[in-house]
Design a protein around this ligand. Structure first.
Ligand code: HEC
Ligand code: HEC
Length: 385
C-alpha cells in the first residue's frame, strides 16, 4: 500500500490538528450552555438545626446581596452587578427545578461555589466570588445547599448577562482561571494566630469575601494579593483600606468595628453605598463572638493604637444605634435629612437597593475625604437636616 510521502503528510497533520481544535472549541462552547442538569428535582432532607446553620452561613457569606433584589422574592436573583466588562445578574438560587438550582446535586453546588463551575462544565464569571469561597469546607457548603434547597422556590427566570462579544464567551473564563484563580489561601493584612484570629480569617476572607471590594484589582478584574485589603474604588465609593494601620489611623478600635458591623453605625462612620447591604443582609446577623473574631482578624492579635477620630467626629447629633440590630430609622434620619429623594444620587441608590443611602457620614466620606463621596454635601440644623 502506498504511504503518503513525507511531503504530503504535513498538510494532513495540519488538517487533523485543525479539526481537533475546532472540536475542542465547539465542545467548550457547547459545554458552556446554560441548561439545568438533566435529572429529576432533588429532595433534600435536613433537620431544623442544619437549616439554621445553613441560614447562618448563607448570611455570613452574604448570598442575598447579589442573589435577590430589594422587592423580589428571597434568593430569586435578578440583582444587577455592574462590572467594567458589562452587567451581570445574580441568578435564581431557590429550589425551582427550571429557573433555580432544584435539579442540582450537593456536588454540583459545592463545585459552583468553590470552583466557579456550574453543571455541564459551564464557567461562571468571577463576579460570583468563587475565588473567595474556594476555602469553604465541604460540610459548610452542604449546609448552605440544604438551606437553599428548602427555601420557597421562585419561578423567576434568570436574566442574561449583558456582556459584549467576545467577552461573553464563557469559555474564556478557563483562561482567566488559569491565570488568576489562585488556590492558595487568601492573604492577611494583619498578624495573628489566636483561635479568634483564625476564625476571623474564615469569616472575613472566605465567607464575607470582604477582599472582593476592599482589595485593589488589575485590568482583568483580578485581585492584587500583594495589596490585600488596601482599598479600592469599585463604583462611586471608595471601599477604604482595612489594614490594621489604616483602620487605626481612622480611629477604629475592635469594639467600634463590631458595633459598625452589627448596626452600620459607629463614631467613625455610617455604612454607606455598597457597604450598606453587607451589614443589612450579612454581618448584623452574626454572633457577638463572630464579630469579635472579624475585628480581631482586621486589626490583628495586637491592635495598633487608634488615633482619636478627626476633630468634629463624631457628629454631635449622630443618633444612637440600637445595640442589637441595624437601626434603619436612625440611619435614615442621619442620612436623608429633609427629603431622601431630593438628591438624584440618593434617588439612584434608593432605586438600586430599595432604601435611601444612609451614607453621608463615614470616616472616609466625611469632609476630610470628599473625593470618595462626590455627592457629599454637609447639611446644617437639627438631626443634621
Ligand atoms: C458579589 C455577588 C455574589 C455573591 C456574594 C454571591 N453570588 Fe452567586 N452568583 C453571582 C453572579 C453574578 C452569578 C452569575 C454568574 C454568571 O452568570 O456566570 C452567580 C452565580 C451563582 C450560582 C450559579 C447559578 C446558575 O444557575 O448558574 C450559584 C449556585 C451561586 N451563585 C450561589 C451562590 C451562593 C450559595 C452564594 C453565597 C454563599 C453566592 N452565590 C454569593 C454573584 C454573587
Ligand atoms: C460590595 C462591596 C463591599 C464588600 C463586599 C465589603 N465592603 Fe466594606 N465598604 C465598602 C465601601 C464602598 C465602603 C465605603 C463606604 C462606607 O464607609 O460605608 C466600605 C466601608 C467599610 C468600613 C468602614 C471604613 C471606614 O473607615 O469608614 C469597614 C470597617 C468595612 N467596610 C468593613 C468590611 C468588612 C469587614 C467586609 C466583609 C464582611 C466588607 N467591608 C465587605 C464596600 C464593601
Amino acid at each position: 500500500m502506498a504511504r503518503p510521502s513525507p511531503r504530503r503528510r504535513g498538510p494532513i497533520v495540519a488538517l487533523v490538528i485543525l479539526v481537533l481544535a475546532i472540536a475542542a472549541v465547539a465542545a467548550a462552547v457547547l459545554g458552556n450552555r446554560d441548561a439545568p442538569p438533566d435529572r429529576a428535582p432533588q429532595q433534600v432532607q435536613a433537620t431544623q438545626e442544619q437549616l439554621q446553620l445553613g441560614r447562618y452561613l448563607a448570611r455570613a457569606a452574604d448570598c442575598a446581596a447579589c442573589h435577590q433584589t430589594a422587592d423580589g422574592p428571597a434568593y430569586a436573583g435578578g440583582f444587577p452587578l455592574q462590572t467594567p466588562f458589562g452587567t451581570l445578574y445574580g441568578t435564581n438560587i431557590t429550589p425551582d427545578p427550571d429557573h433555580g438550582i432544584g435539579r442540582w446535586t450537593a456536588d454540583e453546588f459545592h463545585r459552583a461555589l468553590t470552583e466557579g463551575k456550574a453543571p455541564h462544565g459551564r464557567n461562571l464569571y468571577p463576579a460570583m466570588p468563587y475565588p473567595a469561597y474556594h476555602d469553604i469546607p465541604r460540610a459548610d457548603a452542604d449546609l448552605i445547599y440544604a438551606y437553599l434547597m428548602n427555601v420557597r422556590p421562585s419561578g423567576q427566570p434568570n436574566k442574561k448577562p449583558e456582556i459584549p462579544f467576545p467577552l461573553n464567551l464563557r469559555v474564556l473564563m478557563t483562561g482567566w482561571n488559569l491565570l488568576f484563580f489562585d488556590h492558595d489561601p487568601l492573604p492577611a493584612a494583619s498578624q495573628g494566630e489566636s483561635a479568634q484570629w483564625v476564625r476571623g480569617r474564615y469569616l472575613t476572607n472566605v465567607l464575607g469575601h470582604c477582599g472582593e471590594c476592599h482589595t485593589p484589582r488589575g485590568k482583568l478584574g483580578q485581585l492584587h494579593r500583594d495589596d490585600w485589603l488596601q482599598g479600592y474604588t469599585l463604583n462611586r465609593f471608595e471601599a477604604p483600606s482595612l489594614t490594621p494601620q489604616a483602620l487605626a489611623e481612622r480611629g477604629w478600635t475592635p469594639e467600634d468595628l463590631q458595633r459598625f458591623l452589627r448596626t452600620g453605625l459607629a463614631p467613625q462612620g455610617i455604612a454607606a453605598d455598597e457597604m450598606y447591604p453587607v451589614i443589612l443582609h450579612s454581618t448584623q446577623y452574626l454572633t457577638d463572638d463572630d464579630l469579635k473574631a472579624m475585628a480581631a482578624f482586621l486589626l490583628g492579635d495586637t491592635p495598633p493604637k487608634p488615633v482619636p477620630p478627626h476633630p468634629g467626629w463624631p457628629w454631635p447629633h449622630l443618633p444612637r444605634a440600637s445595640p442589637n440590630r441595624m437601626d434603619r430609622r436612625a440611619s435614615v434620619r442621619t442620612a436623608t435629612p429633609a427629603n431622601p429623594s431630593a438628591d438624584p444620587a440618593i434617588g439612584r441608590t434608593t432605586q438600586r437597593y430599595g432604601y435611601p443611602p444612609r451614607a453621608i457620614h463615614s470616616s472616609r466620606a466625611g469632609p476630610s475625604y470628599p473625593r470618595s463621596c462626590p455627592w457629599f454635601r454637609p447639611r446644617q440644623g437639627p438631626g443634621h437636616g
